[in-house]
Design a protein around this ligand. Sequence first.
Ligand code: SF4
Ligand code: SF4
Length: 279
Amino acid sequence: MTTYGMLIDIDRCTGCYNCFLSCKDEYCGNNYEGYSAPQPEFNQYWMDIREIERGKYPKVKVDYIPIPCMQCKNAPCEKAALDGAVYRREDGIVMIDPVKAKGQNQIVTACPYRVIFWNEELELPQKCTFCAHGLDHGWKMPRCVEACPVDALVFGDLDDPNSEISKLKDSGKYERLNSEYALNTRVQYLNLPKRFIAGEVVLADQPDECAEGVTVSLKQDDKAVSTSTTNVYGDFEFDGLKKNVEYTVVVEKKGYGSVECVANTRVDVNLGEIELRPE
Ligand code: SF4
Ligand code: SF4
């Protein structure tokens, strides 16, 4: 058996849009009978790159999240379709039948990931097929995966324990986007954006120097979660934190009084300047 899946590493993705463009190149104006009707040039993003901005100036982070069809095992689009217009192949790829699905607009709204697009001209719901037409003719991967210059996308057979994708997935570090949907998606992510707490340390007796190498610890319920040191600019940052948690940040340097700050990750937090005074 083969079950296709994709792993996406957000830390690697630079937002170059090569995957999106290769998808356009593959599908715009091209009809793959039995697989997909031509993708319109505009307003369809079978590989959608969503830009996420976190924090506030001057501590701002930008991440790009490539979002294809998640190839859900429990696919709501399949349930919403009439007459078997959406079906799952033996290899796990969820397909929209370009003939049977004509006029079935309800399929578009059934997808919580918003990756199905309505083609006004053809009256057809359309989406990513993992390039099923190519895989059936010997391709090893979809065009988007091939086009990624930084290997942010990994594609392969989840049933093969020796495949790269299986080995990576076995690391246990990957997670599903919007896992609360509980759709058992075959696309999973590494380094999805979480919350961060950042700040800058200054020394009261050396206002013109950057406070490099100051120890900064993060605690939750009085237990140490992580420790870091300030960089050459006196900055520190803890990323990948859970949402809605109250943390305590402890800043310490020998010869100076320590400072504690409380930060709640309802949002990303910039603690600003934290001043240490000599003891
Ligand atoms: S991501 Fe959306 S379109 Fe893809 S299988 Fe899941 S519900 Fe269907
Ligand atoms: S091609 Fe790769 S790096 Fe570029 S946007 Fe797509 S996933 Fe990100």
